[in-house]
Design a protein around this ligand. Structure first.
Ligand code: DAT
Length: 177
């Protein structure tokens, strides 16, 4: 019997905490039926941690166990993955990578509302100022599949949804030769 091919594209939505990954990714999943994977939530549920980061005040992800846990699902295709880092995922997993960007003042307010203070707040704002996640994405994936999306306003959220939906609609699996 012929192989049925992947269920759909694998999409990575990354960016500094607070830039709107969960908002965009879960809405996309709802509208497309693609499978939404929140890596932080998965790690919490399955206790895939290895130590604690004192500066960022958050548990350190056990990258290898996260990759092992997701491999089967990712190989089927049709996943939208949400995480604030991206360099430890296998490059072959993703068809496209979106890096959400938010202006410092807007992000500062969002993170304060989330209850971030002191060093944790500062480190996350610095991460956005120095475009740490964007650089990480460009170093880890082919530059032509990495796209920046501005995520400050609800108009930009709608615009981003439209762009990604349009890309999904024209996506075709790479033929196996
Ligand atoms: P993340 O998953 O990157 O941590 P989130 O989706 O939880 O971020 O969003 C953080 C907050 O910002 C949340 O209250 C929703 C809001 N938000 C997200 N995207 C937005 C946008 N484009 N415009 C205005 N508010 C947005």
């Amino acid at each position: 019997m012929a192989s049925t091919g992947p269920r759909g594209p694998n999409i990575l939505i990354t960016g500094t905490p607070g830039t709107g990954k969960t908002t965009l990714a879960s809405e996309l999943a709802q509208r497309t039926g693609l499978n939404y994977i929140d890596v932080s939530q998965l790690a919490t549920e399955q206790e895939l941690f290895d130590g604690y980061d004192d500066e960022l005040q958050c548990p350190i992800l056990d990258d290898d166990r996260v990759v092992d846990e997701l491999e089967e699902e990712m190989s089927k295709g049709g996943n939208i993955v949400d995480y604030h880092g991206c360099e430890f995922f296998p490059e072959r997993w993703f068809d496209i990578v979106f890096v959400l960007r938010t202006d410092n003042s807007v992000l500062y307010e969002r993170l304060q509302q989330r209850g971030y203070t002191g060093k944790k707040l500062e480190s996350n704002i610095e991460c956005e100022i120095f475009q740490t996640v964007l650089d990480e994405a460009k170093e880890s994936y082919r530059p032509e599949i990495v796209h920046e999306l501005q995520s400050n306003t609800s108009e930009q959220l709608e615009d981003n949804l439209e762009k990604v939906l349009a890309w999904i609609a024209m996506w075709q699996p790479t033929p196996v030769t």
